[in-house]
Design a protein around this ligand. Structure first.
Ligand code: NDP
Length: 419
């Protein structure tokens, strides 16, 4: 029996909410709150006939802590699921602390305005000290650890697939498969085809910022940064086939480096087709990925936001996308004194996701873990005061829940390694 407030009603939130409504014994009451209330109302109307979960809706600007507090104090949830954008992480954490409510999200904080001088000063210091230059990092949210501890509240960070399930795979490998892990390669393959020359599978602004940033990986506890898309490998993915993949900076490398400090190397690879890369490079070259506002005919325009308005809405890709995703982790290490390799991954079919919840697999593979993370928090499996990432909790009940609710694991004890 619990009351949950979900903030955001986009591609990922819609899946998470649909899945919560399949587990009405735990998610007894749900409030969907977002900037555009009509989207919340439409989803609530679609789900109401299919579920025993009591759904209400609300309008909220999650950049405004007072509005969030007013909503939280009137609804009195047990948990706030932040599935809006990373820009809102800190305001929603502030509101949860002020109102005494547990918190979770699916992506770590980054500012909407990367030209803000106060933020930039801290960012540039961090680039020099830490050695990676992505706009997003955990420092902002880890700084809330003591506040959440003192308040006796749990904050769960980054509970999607990657970050999220990939870290549970690491915790599982460390717990059950290895005495010591030497290397982790996280491989994210999307073998889906939506038929457009160019579209992003989730929020274009967040997605394009991520993939146009320099790549980086962790070796012997230190970041190694490389130019964007400069390390390419090919891999033959189970049920998808041969794909090109590129080394990217990704947020879970940072938390895994902290929480599994003995691992010698942690890398993240994502597959991209040539058409996607060509479009992205061109858009970047002409300035369309910029977050700096320009003045056009007397109106201020942020290029990447204008681009977002032109691109297909990721939520509309569902019916068109065919093929599968394959996301997982390959480990090398030792067990009982012997060298060992291990691969744990999930394969998800775009069309099956669409038939079940009306979304493609990218939203599905993020929304289902968000629901399962909330389930862990609400059933007492994952509660400890403070601010934590997924690998800091017991992976077993979480992976069991993923098996049950749509993202079953596959294992390979003799995988092909990435060189
Ligand atoms: P969408 O753009 O589809 O949805 C974002 C939602 O947040 C929209 O409903 C939007 O409202 C709402 N929103 C934005 N700003 C505010 C605000 N100020 N106040 C209230 N609501 C707001 O994004 P996605 O669903 O694709 O992504 C959601 C999250 O999931 C992101 O943080 C993304 O980074 C993360 N993600 C994580 C992954 C993982 O594996 N861990 C993978 C993919 C995504 P409106 O409709 O008005 O625009």
């Amino acid at each position: 029996m619990s009351k949950v407030l979900v903030i955001g009603c986009g591609g990922v939130a819609s899946v998470a909410i649909s899945k919560c409504c399949q587990v009405s014994d735990v998610f007894t009451e749900l409030c969907i709150a977002s900037r555009t209330k009509s989207k919340c109302d439409a989803l609530a109307a679609k789900l109401a006939p299919t579920t025993r979960t009591k759904i209400t809706t609300a309008q909220v600007d999650a950049d405004d802590v007072q509005q969030l507090c007013d909503l939280i104090n009137s609804y009195k949830p047990d948990l706030v699921m932040n599935i809006a954008l990373p820009y809102q992480d800190l305001t929603i954490m502030d509101a949860c602390l002020a109102c005494g409510v547990n918190y979770m999200d699916t992506a770590n904080y980054e500012p909407e305005n990367t030209d803000d001088p106060a933020w930039r000063a801290i960012y540039e210091k961090r680039c020099k000290e830490a050695g990676f230059s992505a706009y997003f990092d955990y420092s902002w949210q880890w700084a809330y650890k003591k506040k959440f501890e003192d308040a006796g509240l749990t904050a769960l960070l980054g509970c999607g697939f990657d970050p999220g399930v990939t870290q549970a795979y690491c915790a599982y490998a460390a717990k059950h498969e290895f005495d010591s892990i030497d290397t982790i390669d996280i491989l994210d393959c999307n073998g889906g085809d939506h038929g457009y020359a160019f579209a992003t599978n989730f929020n274009p602004e967040i997605n394009l910022r991520e993939v146009s940033a320099p790549g980086s990986y962790m070796e012997n506890g230190k970041w190694v940064e490389i130019p964007p898309m400069s390390i390419k490998r090919e891999y033959n993915f189970d049920q998808v086939g041969q794909k090109d993949m590129y080394l990217l900076h990704h947020e879970e490398i940072e938390s895994l480096g902290k929480n599994l400090p003995d691992v010698k190397r942690i890398r993240f690879f994502m597959t991209f087709g040539q058409s996607y890369l060509d479009h992205m490079r061109c858009l970047e070259d002409v300035g369309m990925l910029s977050t700096t506002p320009i003045n056009y005919n007397g109106q201020e325009i942020v290029p990447i936001q204008f681009l977002k308005a032109l691109l297909p809405d990721p939520a509309s890709l569902g019916p068109r996308t065919k093929g599968k995703t394959n996301i997982g982790c390959i480990f090398t290490g030792k067990k009982d004194g012997k060298d060992k390799t291990y691969y744990i991954y999930n394969v998800c079919d775009h069309q099956e996701c669409y038939r079940e919840v009306g979304s493609q697999a990218i939203s599905y593979t993020t929304g289902v873990p968000a629901m399962c993370g909330a389930l862990m928090m609400l059933t007492g499996e994952w509660t400890k005061p403070g601010v934590y990432t997924v690998e800091e909790f017991n992976p077993d009940p979480f992976l069991d829940a993923l098996d049950k609710y749509g993202l079953p694991r596959s294992e390979n004890h003799n995988p092909v390694l990435v060189d």
